[in-house]
Design a protein around this ligand. Structure first.
Ligand code: ATP
Ligand code: MG
Length: 463
């Protein structure tokens, strides 16, 4: 008891080299999670493995979420059976992954990932955690494919709340690392020595920020302490892994809090260049805050989110700056915008930040923006028919909301798209003139607005 009190309140690296590993089994009547909350597929798999003589549990995020009253995204199963042994139990299954082999077991439309208990570090007789030998010069683990015991499997996980095992047969929760108490205390605590665990895998720092926001938990003091100093380690993480993790963070439904927290903890050095810009400069800050808020609301309402749309918002003010530079050097509006878009995307590509598959949607959304300003003749009708109209329209509304363009334009398009054809004709701005005169007028009517420190050239007749 006293030991626990010390560990919880005075937890320091030098006091606690590794977490306690006494197994605590929590019965159903205490934790309250009934087996009918587990997906039928996961139950079928754990019972199938148990009948074949193996041990099998639901593990990780699903157990944590159920204890917190959240809906799990997916159910993962762990077992002491090897991938081949799992494969032999289930007809509809396949082994995936070359480096770390897992089994995907299919039931109907559902697929559950089954992994074998893993161990990658252990505590020696001096109570020190011994680093895995397949690590780079910063201690980052490169290979993580050694089978281990259930206890080792718990210890190689990231946070205590993610290391709980649920047995659907007995409805018991098995807890080696006091994760259950941490869930009750709403405390996110890394397993083992924080410094070393972040060195092994710097992505855990981002996971700490994301999970604390998602689970509404406090990051424990010792767990949070080294984060700012170790931020540069993120530069050694492969860009694709970093991208996946940032995407998870941005689409978590808590992007606004996460981004504010990343900034507060100094955790931006080496993140996606796109996010570095967002976190270090005030460029378009209001616009980005609105975009993140809007994304969070959509996620919570279970609406679809297009990552391309989100990246387009994060980079928009870079595009605007480059666009204005080209305009100032005498380029025409449309070619200037296209050159600006290409420049911004080229920087992202060079740094392997955003996969190229998102380029097309970002470009379309950006390129359509000036077209919302043309509200005469046939142009509004043509714009409505564009397959990306909806995304570009939502984007334009954010520009209205941030004060970049007149809100009246947003209202006009809101009414126009839902109006009857005859009403639409009446809404068109009058004074349709010849193309030549229109161009001449456009040049003379260009309004230069100041948006923060950015000059945006807009014209009601811009094409
Ligand atoms: P969510 O799915 O809600 O984002 P999660 O905790 O389930 O959260 P996953 O990425 O699905 O996250 O990981 C499943 C489990 O694998 C985690 O609960 C944790 O036990 C373990 N895990 C994931 N990432 C790491 C990591 N970087 N280091 C150690 N263990 C990890
Ligand atoms: Mg998960």
């Amino acid at each position: 008891m006293i030991h626990k009190f010390f560990r919880r309140y005075f937890s320091q690296d030098f006091l606690v080299p590794s977490a306690s590993t006494e197994l605590r089994i929590i019965p159903r009547k205490q934790h309250g999670v009934a087996r009918n909350r587990i997906s039928p597929c996961a139950i079928k798999i754990t019972s199938g493995l148990q009948q074949a003589g193996y041990s099998a549990f639901v593990v990780g995020g699903a157990v944590r979420d159920l204890l917190l009253g959240l809906e799990p995204k997916d159910f993962d199963v762990v077992t002491n059976a090897t991938p081949e042994e799992v494969r032999a139990v289930f007809r509809r299954s396949r082994i995936i992954g070359r480096r770390f082999r897992l089994v995907h077991v299919m039931c109907g439309a559902e697929t559950v990932e089954v992994s074998t208990f893993r161990g990658n570090s252990f505590t020696n007789n001096n109570n020190e955690t011994v680093t895995h030998k397949h690590a780079d010069e910063h201690g980052r683990i490169l290979r993580d494919n050694v089978f281990g015991s259930q206890e080792e499997d718990a210890k190689r996980r990231d946070f205590t709340v993610n290391a709980l095992f649920y047995d659907p047969a007995s409805e018991e929760i098995w807890d080696y690392l006091d994760g259950y108490d941490d869930i009750q205390a709403k405390q996110l605590r890394i397993i083992g020595t924080p410094l070393q665990r972040y060195r092994e895998d710097p992505v855990r720092m981002l996971r700490a920020v994301r999970l604390a926001a998602k689970l509404d938990m406090q990051i424990d003091t010792a767990t949070a302490a080294p984060i700012g100093d170790l931020a540069p380690l993120l530069q050694n993480v492969p860009p694709s892994r970093l991208f996946d993790e940032i995407l998870k963070l941005l689409l978590s439904g808590h992007a606004q809090i996460c981004v504010a927290d990343l900034r507060a903890r100094g955790l931006y050095n080496g993140l996606l260049p796109m996010l570095d810009m967002v976190l270090t400069q005030s460029l378009g800050e209001h616009f980005i805050t609105l975009a993140l808020k809007n994304t969070d609301e959509r996620v919570r309402q279970e609406k679809t989110i297009s990552p391309g749309f989100l990246f387009a918002t994060l980079l928009w003010h870079e595009v605007l700056t480059a666009w204005n530079t080209y305009l100032a050097s005498g380029e025409k509006s449309t070619p200037a915008l296209h050159m600006a878009m290409s420049d911004v995307l080229a920087v992202q590509e060079k740094k392997l930040a955003i996969p190229r598959r998102y380029d097309a949607i970002m470009k379309e959304i950006w390129a359509m923006q000036p077209r919302f300003l043309g509200r005469a003749g046939r142009r509004p009708f043509r714009l409505l028919e564009h397959p990306r109209f909806r995304a570009a329209y939502d984007f334009m509304l954010l520009r209205c909301e941030s004060g970049e363009i007149d809100v009246e334009i947003g209202h006009w398009w809101g009414t126009f798209q839902h109006a009857k054809v005859s009403e639409r004709e009446n809404m068109l701005l009058k004074g349709e003139v010849s193309k030549k005169r229109r161009r001449r007028r456009a040049r003379s009517e260009i309004v230069t607005r100041n948006v923060g420190n950015i000059n945006t050239s807009v014209s009601d007749t811009a094409e």
